[in-house]
Ligand binder design. Structure first.
Ligand SMILES: [Zn+2]
Length: 110
């Protein structure tokens, strides 16, 4: 392959840059195109849509992860805030147990 001259390199760079810009513009257009129908459905629905789940046992519509017909509970993934709070509580409990054990051992010794 022949060595690229400086001019050819510059031309290649310009071509790549133009391609990148075109791709970016296209991505932006696609984003806007995706957003428009979303806003329209929001106006139609009035309220944010929540996914509808069906009971694995009786196939009736579930409410808040619990089946109103047979009481079947669906696994609902915990939100991060809740998980963080539980982790913090568990850590606190663990520390209390550790300190209590330590004190108990000291008393036992003496
Ligand atoms: Zn059910």
């Amino acid at each position: 392959m022949a060595k690229q001259t400086r001019k050819e390199k510059k031309a290649e760079e310009a071509r790549v840059l133009a391609e990148m810009r075109a791709a970016l513009e296209e991505a932006e257009r696609e984003e806007n195109a995706e957003q428009e129908p979303e806003n329209q459905t929001d106006e139609y629905m009035g309220a944010p849509q929540t996914p509808v789940y069906h009971c694995k046992r009786c196939r009736s519509e579930m409410k808040n992860g619990v089946c109103p017909v047979c009481g079947f509970r669906m696994y609902v993934p915990m939100d991060e805030k809740k998980a963080g709070k539980i982790k913090l509580a568990l850590t606190a409990v663990g520390m209390v147990v550790f300190v209590a054990l330590f004190i108990w051992l000291q008393i036992k010794k003496g």
